[in-house]
Design a protein around this ligand. Structure first.
Ligand code: PMP
Length: 328
């Protein structure tokens, strides 16, 4: 499914080099380009992180062959790590809040990993705690902790960022991406800002999430349906650096779902809710550039579509808004 054209030795060699495709609803003279991360073998942006984390922790001696990688994860990171674990001599174990999609948990188990659930109402904070409790009881185990590990943003600074830059010959005016751990946005933003300090950086989150508070936004925390982005506790998002971000754009569940359905029907993209939110925000940035109300060094906007809607069919992602929200 990737854009690689040579025969490869292992599934790990198929991670990255994903296509960058113009969003056709972009203003005519300000294209939005979306990086289609479902083209990775584990079908999400997190394959990049999974491979990089396992490789780095083995190389550094944090674990040795035969050891266990234990990670609190909403799912996609688990799939990425589990996929990498099949190719290195390590086991994978994941701590997942119950609310996250059952498809992801089935896939992690299919890749040979162990999945431990924590109560939905205790959120990622409890999942993180429990991962450390499990690791403390084991020899030869590591908790990469994607929410705090600099390796997370590094993975994107070394792969996603350069791929975008090269595909557009450095003509990147704005970067718009959803933030969960914020590894994707921080890594890409760092790579782009090092080369184009005036590029405009937009963080995207669901309404009900709290990244906006880092930019002085008076937002209230509440539940949301968009999966994979947002935070209810900023203290856990250690990677998020407000200094790199020009604005935080909140997107409602309803707008994200309208857009992901439009992307499927009109443009042929089978992408999920965090991509719907990213697309809403990226098109908004492009429209402001086209209207002359936002100044950027190049009239080109880049965003990331992190994964595929197939992973959320059991949650009614293509049903009515009410059914989608009720299914969660
Ligand atoms: N979308 C989805 C579906 C995800 O699983 C994630 C990862 N949590 C993201 C977006 C956000 O990526 P990041 O953690 O790099 O901010």
């Amino acid at each position: 499914m990737t854009t690689h054209s040579e025969p490869l030795d292992s599934v790990l060699d198929a991670v990255g080099e994903t296509p960058l495709v113009r969003v056709q609803a972009s203003p005519a003279d300000v294209p939005v380009y979306a990086k289609l991360e479902s083209f990775n073998p584990g079908a999400s942006v997190k394959d990049r992180l999974g491979v990089y984390l396992v490789e780095q922790h083995l190389e550094r001696g944090d674990i040795h062959p035969g050891g266990t990688v234990i990670e609190p994860t909403a799912g996609n990171t688990g799939i990425g790590i589990a996929l990498a674990a099949t190719q290195f001599d390590v086991d994978a174990m994941f701590v997942v809040p119950e609310k996250f999609s059952v498809e992801k948990q089935i896939l992690m188990r299919a890749l040979g990993a162990t999945v431990v659930n924590t109560p939905t109402e205790e959120g990622m904070t409890r999942a993180i705690e429990h991962a450390h409790e499990l690791a403390d009881d084991m020899d030869n185990a590591v908790v990469p902790q994607q929410f705090a590990s600099p390796l997370n943003a590094d993975a994107h600074e070394q792969t996603t960022g350069p791929e975008i830059w090269e595909a557009l010959d450095g003509e990147v005016g704005a970067v718009v991406a959803g933030c969960g751990t914020a590894g994707t946005l921080m890594g890409v933003a760092r790579y782009v800002l090092d080369r184009q300090p005036d590029a405009h950086i937009t963080a995207v989150e669901p309404e009900g999430s709290l990244f906006a508070r880092t930019a002085g936004g008076e937002v209230e925390q509440h539940e949301y349906n968009i999966e994979g982005i947002g935070t209810s506790n900023l203290a856990t998002n250690e990677l998020y650096d407000p200094e790199l971000v020009d604005e935080v754009r909140q997107v409602s569940d309803r707008d994200a779902q309208v857009e992901l359905k439009r992307l499927a029907r009109e443009e042929g993209h089978l992408v999920a809710s965090s991509a719907g939110a990213a697309s809403v925000a990226a098109l908004d940035v492009a429209e402001r550039i086209a209207a002359g109300t936002l100044d950027v060094p190049h009239e080109t906007v880049v965003t990331v579509f992190p994964d595929s809607s197939e992973r959320y069919l059991s949650k009614g992602i293509y049903d009515s808004y009410e059914e989608w929200v009720d299914d969660t």
